[in-house]
Design a protein around this ligand. Structure first.
Ligand code: XLS
Ligand code: NI
Ligand code: NI
Length: 443
């Protein structure tokens, strides 16, 4: 995929396909670290990351906030006819994706085309725009990393979608979900995501948590059975987030979702799509979430962004924090990367970043930051004392009794007896500061 694909009109005029020029380059429209063909730890950067552009933030989000309307005037949003507008937006999207060199994209159903006022009209709209998307994918080589359904914006979902106390809303969600699955399958989507935007509650006083969780699991089973019957071979991902828009979201964090998948027998088909800013909202680091998911074999995909140290909500900023990213990439390499997913920029420009070219700066920055972090993490793992130090911390479990303990061959009485023989443990430093310095040294 090297060709730029435009529609009748070129939206990002004067911006060519972004090339890798190296860190000495002063060209703001060039990659400084992301050389897609560079091989690190046995794979090219392109293969490691499988970067995806998020349709909603990049081509739909005009920057509205609770204090004021949107600030961005998109030239692809001028036409009032929803079909014509959707086509223009898709032209802009594929032009951008081929210029930035992202091999994948992700969407919600009604990012592609505005929602109509009936199921049949929506089916017609999605048919139309997915026909066009198929042409665009073929011409460009850009692929669909995942599709999803927006089951949280419309007022009908104010009490949830799959967890709504009203069966007719649950049924409506089912109809919409079916169409979104059909669209994803038609476009050869590699995965399908469930983010439980309003699958949670505002108050326990009016909520039957047991019934709601049972209903959510039922809907997920139905979705999985339907998609499989239609030949979908990809992964289903659940995207944890602890709160926002609801006060408490059921898919709180990785550990909670893993427990839910086990409890409801969904663990063989579902994995996790983790998001940096959701991890921090749950009072975790992203690297913690990645490790917990990987321990269960469920590290599927990632939504890349960053939060703000001072704000307590999902600010969805583009990732630039190299220390944070390097720690993430250490886990990424240690656990062998993602299971079927990629890295989707679920990040938005600031409300006052209003030029069309800002979208390029944001993605160049994000892709470069990931590349630099991965290269750094690989150097740390292969050249520094990091891995050896970490392994040595646990070396005592290689002793005869340590091995018996790990294999479950010791009773508590024997363990106690061993301790009597071993005497008081010596103090061993965790050496956190020394390890932290290695990151700075290799960056
Ligand atoms: C919102 C979520 C959302 C999902 C897709 O916070 O991150 O964008 O990724 O529905
Ligand atoms: Ni997300
Ligand atoms: Ni988010």
């Amino acid at each position: 995929m090297s060709q730029v694909i435009t529609g009748e009109k070129e939206y990002f005029q004067g911006i060519p396909k972004i090339q890798f020029e190296g860190k000495e380059s002063d060209n703001p429209f060039a990659f400084k670290y992301y050389d897609e063909n560079k091989v690190v730890a046995g794979k090219t950067l392109k293969e490691h990351f499988r970067f995806a552009v998020a349709y909603w933030h990049s081509f739909c989000g005009v920057g509205g906030d609770p204090f004021g309307p949107g600030t961005k005037v998109f030239p692809w949003a001028e036409k009032s006819d929803p079909y014509a507008q959707a086509k223009d937006k898709m032209d802009a999207a594929f032009e951008f994706m081929t210029k930035i060199g992202a091999p994948f994209y992700c969407f919600h159903d009604f990012d592609l085309i505005d929602e109509g006022d009936s199921h049949s009209e929506n089916e017609k709209r999605l048919q139309f725009i997915t026909d066009y998307a198929l042409e665009k994918q073929k011409a460009s080589g850009v692929k669909l990393l995942w599709g999803t359904a927006n089951l949280f914006s419309h007022p009908r979902f104010m009490n949830g979608a799959g967890t709504n106390p009203d069966f007719s809303v649950v049924a409506h969600a089912g109809a919409q979900l079916k169409n979104a699955l059909d669209a994803t399958i038609k476009l050869n989507g590699e995965n399908y995501v469930f983010w439980g935007g309003r699958e949670g509650y505002m108050s326990l006083l009016n909520t039957n948590v047991k019934a709601e969780l049972d209903h959510l699991a039922r809907l997920l089973h139905m979705a999985k059975d339907y998609a499989r019957s239609q030949g979908f071979k990809g992964n289903f991902f659940i995207e944890p987030k602890p709160m926002e828009p609801t006060k408490h979201q059921y898919d709180f964090d990785a550990a909670t979702v893993i427990g839910f998948l086990r409890e409801y027998d969904l663990i063989d088909d579902f994995k996790l799509n983790l998001e940096v800013n959701h991890a921090t909202l749950a009072q975790h680091t992203m690297q913690h979430e990645m490790q917990i998911a990987a321990n269960a074999g469920l590290l599927g995909s990632m939504d890349a962004n960053r939060g703000d140290y001072q704000n307590g909500w999902d600010t969805d900023q583009f990732p630039t924090n190299l220390n944070e990213l390097t720690e993430m990439m250490l886990v990424f390499l240690e656990v062998g990367g993602l299971q079927g997913g990629g890295i989707n920029f679920d990040a938005k420009l600031r409300r006052n970043s209003t030029d069309l070219d800002d979208l390029f700066h944001a993605h160049i920055g994000g892709m470069d930051a990931f590349a630099r972090a991965l290269i750094t993490a690989d150097a740390i793992l292969t050249k520094s004392s990091y891995s050896e130090f970490k392994a040595n911390r646990y070396a005592s479990f290689q002793s005869e009794n340590g091995q018996k303990f790990e294999k479950g061959e010791l009773s508590l009485q024997t363990l106690a007896q061993i301790s009597h023989e071993m005497g008081a443990p010596a103090q061993i430093s965790g050496k956190q500061e020394m390890i932290e310095n290695i990151i700075n040294q290799y960056l």
